[in-house]
Design a protein around this ligand. Structure first.
Ligand code: IMP
Length: 417
């Protein structure tokens, strides 16, 4: 069973990039299966600090890296990303893109941003404004979508852009103006030249690796609480983000899965709108944000910060079918004078659909403990301060699954098992 799935167990920004960067050392292939450049995975390694939006983290270790069909690919930003990697000397020969990934077009971005701007207060999603929702809408609509496969033939690609541009510009005028067609055409035709050499039949590669029993890491973006079906709808992203989605988008059988790793932070953050029972309003939240550098890696927006929410984490690990957990940023939360952990919601024994629908009005119950200051350089779990170990034990007791990876700082080497 050679497949490992790594997926976020909160509302994103759990430190998945760091965990996948470490895990990719043992993988032969790393696959990015959904989302677009609404996500940013920060990786710090021998190449420096890089925020990856689309390219799988395995690129730094010269693994085969696949951008699968569930991804929404924005060609101009993708080109900027690979140029940045190239400048750092990261080899890109192993990068592969599915024929079936969908393209984010300028009209998707205009619609996404225009809708957010004109949305009534209380009705906004707080999207990243990267056009991801409208791109997936067109994918499901099946008449105005453009896929990577459409790039192969230059004339066909240009005609398709031209045709849909005119249909969209008439419809979207109340959301904002599209860039001029010449500009769009130039940017996308230029991107086409650079993207086409990476396009290949990714299923054939995956099939071959499965047959040879080589290791495949499926690297998730966003997180299960942002999943369009299992998350806090409508304040979610527009793709499926869980472990079952990893299989759906790649076509891999559940029988092939060995590990499902949920990634969670020792506290919680979320960007955009939506319920957040353990959110900290005021000074302590600001402190946590500063200590953890909790600003969106895609948009720079300040992230809302809150305490670790064990009931939601249990729900997340159940829906993810997580077999183990990675816990990140213990070094950050330890700097708080007092730390709270939510162990339940008043009067609720288990989060079900009704509690989920009323997440906003849940009353969290907390236990409190003292922070431990600096974490130092622990070499194993037993080296961690007592309260840090207490949090890890609580996570394990509450979710019923082991914490197998504890991140103790941003560097690749900073973790204990
Ligand atoms: P969209 O994915 O840009 O449509 O945004 C929908 C919601 O998902 C918003 O609340 C975003 O802030 C959130 N979101 C999307 N991607 C990420 C991510 O990578 N980390 C955290 N939140 C995200």
């Amino acid at each position: 069973m050679p497949v490992i799935i790594s997926a976020g167990a909160q509302w994103g920004d759990e430190g998945k990039g760091k965990v996948a960067d470490v895990d990719s050392a043992n993988a032969d292939v790393v696959v990015r299966y959904q989302g677009g450049n609404n996500t940013g995975r920060t990786v710090v390694n021998e190449y420096g600090k890089e925020v990856l939006h689309i390219v799988p983290t395995g690129i730094f270790r010269e693994k085969i890296c696949i951008i699968e069909k569930g991804v929404a690919l924005h060609p101009p930003s993708f080109i900027a990303e690979i140029e940045s990697l190239r400048r750092r000397g990261v080899p890109l020969d192993n990068l592969k893109i599915s024929y079936f990934a969908h393209l984010v077009m300028p009209w998707h971005i205009v619609k996404d941003r225009g809708k957010e701007r004109s949305g009534r207060e209380g009705k906004k999603i707080g999207t990243t404004g990267q056009g991801i929702g409208p791109c997936y809408q067109d994918k499901m609509g099946r008449s105005q979508a453009i896929r990577v496969a459409d790039m192969l033939d230059a004339r066909h690609f240009a005609e398709k852009i031209q045709e849909i541009y005119h249909q969209k510009s008439a419809k979207l005028s109340h959301y904002g103006e599209l860039p001029p067609i010449d500009e769009v055409m130039y940017a996308y035709m230029e991107a086409r030249e650079l993207i086409v050499p990476f396009v290949t039949d990714t299923w054939k590669i995956i099939k071959d690796f499965l047959r040879r029993r080589l290791y495949i890491l499926l690297e998730g973006a966003q997180a299960i609480l942002l999943d369009v079906d299992h998350g806090t709808y409508p304040h979610v992203t527009s793709s499926s983000t869980g472990s079952t989605a990893a299989l759906m988008y790649t076509g891999i059988s559940p029988d092939e899965v060995e590990v499902i790793k949920g990634v969670a932070k020792a506290y919680v953050t979320r960007v955009g709108e939506g319920p957040f029972p353990t959110e900290i309003h005021g000074g302590e939240g600001d402190l946590l944000r500063e200590e953890g550098h909790e600003y969106g890696s895609t948009t720079g927006r300040p992230r809302r910060c809150g305490w670790l929410d064990l009931p939601l984490l249990r729900y997340a690990t159940e829906v993810l079918h997580a077999t183990e957990l990675a816990l990140t940023k213990l070094d950050v939360v330890g700097k708080m004078h007092r730390i709270k952990v939510c162990t339940g919601y008043r009067g609720v024994s288990e989060i079900g659909a009704i509690e989920f629908l009323n997440l906003e009005s849940q009353e969290p119950e907390y236990i409190e403990m003292e922070g431990w200051g600096e974490l130092g350089n622990p070499e194993c779990r037993d080296d961690l301060p007592e309260n840090a170990r207490r949090i890890i034990n609580m996570v394990e007791d509450y979710t019923g699954i082991p914490v197998t990876f504890i991140s103790t700082g941003p560097e690749r080497s900073q973790y204990v098992r």
